[in-house]
Design a protein around this ligand. Structure first.
Ligand SMILES: N[C@@H](CCC(=O)N[C@@H](CS)C(=O)NCC(=O)O)C(=O)O
Length: 250
């Protein structure tokens, strides 16, 4: 587990400040967006970073290599197996191409100018490729698990080194989930949860999902997985990985 988190941290450092801070979108989609995604795909990462930065909640349909659960849907809808693929049931738009998707999300929901860093799109792609390298074995190949009746919910932000292994396993197991964005808006949120607890620091987040966690669970620590099928909620990436293998593994 320690090695797992260490390489995940390298990916986080490579992406520097991307996929951490949120400035919520001006308009939230009425119906949840759907993203067909491969966790360690550098192009998909860019889209998930923008999702954190806009504080959007999205349904993730994992499409790892050799996956058979959701990949065929993309071929049927768009004509080819290429990821990421976004479906927006609110506007009827469906699209390939990571940078087009990022621009679409900022325009349609952010309703603000595309930040400068996203205008240097190819540089972002290169950086994201470097971030994929340390995790090369993870979140790419299918090892399907059972499909839950109701979608799991993962409270996560893109660059979290602890949330990444959970997203990777969900992807490999082809388990669809609701990605509940929990980016940072406060300086205090950089302080690790145990230290916050020790000194009774309670950052007052502007983000709805962080507020929900604070109010229902009494703390905010990322990742947090809620499984409506068993009505269980879990913090701690190691515990979540074990839970997924025990409940949905072969
Ligand atoms: N230019 C595209 C490139 C997307 C792309 O090449 N994605 C790879 C995954 S990293 C893919 O779909 N490969 C085919 C496959 O996985 O079957 C973008 O930016 O979205």
């Amino acid at each position: 587990m320690a090695g797992n988190i260490a390489t995940s941290m390298i990916s986080t450092f490579v992406r520097a400040s991307n996929g951490i801070q949120s400035t919520p979108a001006a308009v939230k989609p009425e119906i949840m967006l759907q993203l067909y995604d491969i966790e360690n795909c550098p192009y998909c990462r860019l889209v998930r970073e923008a999702i954190t930065e806009l504080d959007l909640d999205v349904e993730i349909y994992p499409c790892p290599k050799k996956g058979e659960r959701f990949r065929p849907q993309v071929v049927e809808r768009g004509g080819k197996a290429q990821f990421p693929y976004l479906v927006d049931p609110n506007t009827g738009e469906e699209m390939y191409e990571s940078l087009d998707i990022v621009a679409y999300l900022f325009e349609t929901y952010g309703q603000r100018e595309l930040p400068l860093k996203w205008r240097a799109g190819r540089l972002q792609t290169l950086g994201s490729m470097l971030a994929s390298a340390p995790r090369v074995q993870n979140g790419m190949q299918a090892r399907p698990g059972a499909e839950p009746e109701y979608m799991l919910e993962l409270y996560s932000f893109e660059s979290s080194p602890y949330a990444r292994p959970v997203r990777e396993l969900l992807c490999e197991m082809e388990i669809p989930y609701i990605l509940r964005s929990c980016g940072r808006t406060q300086l205090q949120e950089w302080i690790l949860p145990p230290v916050r607890k020790r000194f009774n620091i309670r950052p007052d987040s502007q983000l709805e999902n962080r507020r929900v966690l604070q109010n229902t669970e009494g703390k905010v620590s990322i990742p947090y997985l809620y499984d409506p099928n068993t009505e269980q909620g879990l913090f701690e990436s190691g515990d979540i990985l074990e839970y997924l293998r025990d409940n949905y593994g072969d």
